[in-house]
Design a protein around this ligand. Structure first.
Ligand code: SF4
Length: 183
């Protein structure tokens, strides 16, 4: 099986979810959000087709990662190819975050998306909305997006947000540069 990727795997990220993560940049997105940070990932014929087995082998070779993050592009558009990667990540002890322009509710209604959802730990859902953009949010670009604890949400049949990321960041507004910093 192949997956279309926009870029090489990116290890050691600290901005694409909690902890130290390896990001899988999928290629192809239908959402066309105004102000998208990554328009080069929209074309479904762009990027490069890569073997899913090769992606898994590459993950196995990495050290000191807490999890993987499916990003893009919209990884949910390649749910079937992402599924074995998520399963392998879990077998390696890595947790799985996923960014998507779809909502959690919409994913529940699509059997392929639902299958992927069952292998995701944290879903950051919804389109990027420029009018709701903020730099004071944890791990998301606009206020409408939700950081969802997927396994709890599935078992309780309601949307359960990751509580520590519901509030806005508390340090950015009154941050003062320490005097020992020169830049
Ligand atoms: S879902 Fe993400 S990648 Fe797709 S258009 Fe929106 S911001 Fe860009």
């Amino acid at each position: 099986m192949k997956i279309r990727l926009a870029a090489d795997l990116q290890s050691d990220s600290i901005v694409d979810g909690e902890g130290i993560r390896t990001v899988i940049w999928t290629q192809g997105c239908p959402h066309n959000c105004l102000g998208c940070h990554n328009p080069g990932t929209h074309d479904f014929d762009g990027g490069e087709l890569v073997s899913v087995d090769d992606v898994i082998e590459e993950l196995k070779a990495l050290k000191n990662q807490d999890g993987i993050t499916l990003s893009g592009g919209d990884p949910v558009c390649q749910s079937e190819a992402c599924l074995p990667i998520c399963k392998a990540a879990h077998e390696m002890g890595l947790n799985v975050w996923c960014y998507t322009g779809y909502t959690y509710e919409a994913m529940l209604r699509n059997p392929k998306h639902y299958n992927l959802l069952k292998e995701i730990d944290v879903l950051v859902d919804g389109k990027f909305v420029l009018q709701e953009k903020s730099y004071d949010l944890y791990f998301k670009g606009s206020k409408n997006q939700r950081i969802i604890d997927v396994q709890k949400s599935l078992s309780e049949q309601r949307i359960v947000l990751v509580s520590k990321y519901v509030e806005e960041k508390t340090c950015s507004n009154d941050y003062e540069k320490p005097s020992y910093l020169f830049v």
